[in-house]
Design a protein around this ligand. Structure first.
Ligand code: NAP
Length: 243
């Protein structure tokens, strides 16, 4: 059986591709989102209990190989996978979509983390589209001189930015939709993680077209694990390792 550590569109695509060629697959989700988009095939939900718990799970379930297709900012589960897979003697592949890169007309400020993003906000804008997700919003709680449109999938827990509106929504987003949202709220700054991929890229297209600044949080560093950027390449790897 192939275990996919999931929670991304690429993870769902890989699960569907494996099911289509009759390779047994289990997708694992953290359980963060109340109503997640479920992949096809077997699904398990919830943490494993750290690297030790994951190593035990891999051995008990006789997993042939693991594909870590979690989000580029999901640092802990990737670190756990990098420890647990060798411990259990199971091959591990990282499937990670490429990050975004600047194009002509972009006015991006790259920062190391959410704290640095929050510190840069007052210099760059007053009405902020904040799309970094439900976790870590506390970093923006002390920013007094800006208003935030906080967009996330599920209601966020406090502390939150003092001046804000929360918009519950889930991608994919279109250029037309993002343009309308940015106009309606008078947005003058976009804050995002470097998530990469097409599904949430439209805000960057609209920022470019309107000359808006964007604060982009760099991806965290990753364990040294063999990595593929495409679902097709991960599929070939998984087929080669399926028992
Ligand atoms: P994280 O900080 O890396 O993980 C925290 C803990 O959650 C892990 O130690 C693990 O618990 C559990 N966990 C995370 N992903 C899991 C999975 N796929 N299956 C089983 N347990 C998992 O993760 P996160 O940043 O909170 O993200 C959680 C999930 O949301 C990930 O699966 C990720 O792909 C998805 N996601 C994250 C982001 C983001 O910006 N961080 C964005 C979109 C989607 P145990 O130690 O108990 O095993």
């Amino acid at each position: 059986m192939i275990l996919i550590l999931g929670g991304t569109a690429e993870a769902r695509s890989l699960a569907a591709a494996l099911v289509a060629v009759d390779i047994p697959v289990t997708s694992s989700l953290a359980g963060r989102v109340a109503n997640p988009r479920l992949p096809v095939g077997e699904v398990r939900i919830g943490g494993f209990g750290g690297a030790d718990g994951l190593a035990r799970w891999l051995a008990a379930q006789e997993v042939d190989a693991v594909v870590d297709a979690t989000h580029p900012f999901a640092e802990n589960i990737s670190a756990n996978a990098a420890l647990a897979a060798p411990r259990a003697g199971v091959p591990l592949l990282r499937l990670e979509r490429p990050g975004w890169s600047e194009r002509p007309g972009d006015a991006w400020t790259w920062v190391a983390d959410l704290g640095e993003a929050a510190a840069r906000v007052p210099d760059l804008g007053r009405r902020v589209l904040l799309t970094t997700g439900r976790q870590g919003l506390a970093a923006f709680a002390a920013v007094d001189d800006a208003w935030f449109l906080v967009r996330c999938v599920d209601p966020p827990d406090p502390p939150l930015p003092a001046h804000r509106e929360v918009l519950l929504d889930r991608g994919p987003y279109t250029v037309e939709g993002e343009r309308a949202l940015i106009e309606r709220h008078g947005i003058d700054l976009v804050v995002t993680k470097d998530s990469g991929g097409r599904l949430t890229e439209a805000k960057l297209d609209v920022a470019r077209e309107r000359g808006l600044p964007v604060i982009v949080v760099r991806r965290p560093s990753r364990p040294d694990v063999p990595t593929e950027a495409s679902v097709d390449a991960a599929l070939r790897w998984a087929r080669a390792h399926a028992g």
